[in-house]
Design a protein around this ligand. Sequence first.
Ligand SMILES: [Zn+2]
Length: 128
Amino acid sequence: MPLSDNQKERLRQILLRDYQHESHRIDRLQSGSFGQTRTDTLGELSAYDQHPADTASEYYERERDQAAALEGKRQLRDIERALTELAHKDYGSCVVCGKEIDFSRLLLVPTAVMCRGCAARYGHKRNM
Ligand SMILES: [Zn+2]
């Protein structure tokens, strides 16, 4: 059964909420208060003593945050694509077999582009 307008609206709300949530997370990861606090803490520490271990873990945390921010941006693009498709009525069909993707699956993964069967066969990436 094709998605009803109500179902589409529900999915649109989920996508918009995810989008907001994700952009805020990226903001925090990239700069914002976290980075500031971290630099201050680091500055105080090195004023008293040198802590190479602390500096290294700071560095890795920052690297990890950057990687998480990149992954987040990829998700934002997926969400944007899903929202565009939702507006143009070509949303919710499997890109492999063309069948309609179950509404229950779309509720869990609104950016899904494959049905359950194809996703299981062709890989288990989150959005596939
Ligand atoms: Zn399929």
